[in-house]
Write a new protein. Structure first.
Length: 300
């Protein structure tokens, strides 16, 4: 009986690998952008899970770029410095002192992620949007209100990213950019990931979040939407049923698809190995937003 159980486990593992094959074939050599944030950045086991996923994606032939945030850690250090944390319409008010702390914290997170990747034998390079003038910004206003050193991306220079990818490195990017006067600006990590994925012509953009995906009814967990086309997503946005942090995230998804990204995934980063489950299995675990010409399930 024990031998039969063992054989069954082996067969299940073989089936998983077989199911992954068409997805590996489809996206081998393609650029994917992973926006890393939420609980997966705080919980050490989840952090290891995400980095192992990215490492595996790299080792099977994908070309990943990681863009990370660090809002919770920034808030912690701002409070430790005795400064107030204020938000306007969901955006952090960033004065000069807060900007210095944000840049320090984001670079600390950045190098920590690089260390984890290197420990797995995957070469990685940590950069900010200032390196190679990658992210050029202008001041972002929140409904006409000045909120300090918060940047709106106006240009992405892809030269450095392409050089790193061509030389077999995984770029790990923290969302800090320059304006025309070379002042540093904090950038919303979702916005940075969307802009980078669009500029790089990524095949996939994945947002790791603290929710399961997009719900038709946020109060009903049975209404999770596994896939949406652009017309469906735009109709959903216009319905007024999208609120909170999902509104800008879903808008970013639509913008990325229109800019040429093949498909965008909203995933629950609290689920271990959510990237592998979404990318390599027939039904995935989150919500996929796809272009009109795309099919989600390649081995149907």
């Amino acid at each position: 009986m024990k031998d039969m159980d063992t054989m069954e486990n082996w067969l299940q593992k073989a089936q998983v690998l077989n199911e992954a094959l068409p997805y590996i074939q489809r996206f081998r050599g393609k650029i994917i952008v992973v926006k890393y944030g939420g609980s997966a950045m705080v919980d050490q086991e989840l952090k290891q899970s995400v980095i192992r996923d990215v490492a595996l994606l790299k080792l099977v032939g994908f070309r990943p770029i990681v863009v990370h945030g660090g809002g919770k850690e920034i808030t912690k250090w701002v409070n430790k410095a005795g400064l107030e944390t204020n938000f306007v319409n969901g955006l952090r008010v960033t004065d000069q002192d807060t900007m210095e702390i944000a840049e320090m914290v984001l670079n600390k997170i950045n190098k920590g992620l690089v260390s984890m990747m290197e420990k797995l034998g995957v070469p990685a390079v940590g950069i900010s949007g200032k390196d190679g003038s990658m992210l050029r910004v202008e001041k972002k206003l929140s409904k006409g209100k000045d909120i300090g050193y918060v940047g709106e991306i106006k240009e992405v220079n892809t030269d450095l990213l392409n050089k790193l990818l061509d030389n077999d490195f995984v770029p790990v990017v923290c969302p800090i950019g320059f304006d025309d006067e070379y002042h540093s600006y904090n950038i919303n990590a979702d916005d940075a990931a969307c802009a980078i994925a669009s500029a790089m012509g990524a095949s996939k953009l994945a947002f790791l979040t603290d929710i399961e995906g997009v719900y038709l009814d946020p109060l009903n967990k049975d209404t999770l939407i596994s896939e949406m086309t652009i017309p469906e997503a735009e109709e959903f946005l216009a319905s007024g049923n999208v609120g909170g942090g999902m509104l800008p995230k879903l808008t970013n998804c639509v913008d990325a698809i229109k800019a040429g990204v093949s498909r965008v995934h909203i995933l629950d980063g609290r689920i271990a190995h959510c990237l592998l489950l979404e990318f390599f299995t027939d039904r995935g675990v989150g919500t996929a937003i796809i272009g009109d010409s795309e099919r989600r399930f390649y081995n149907e």
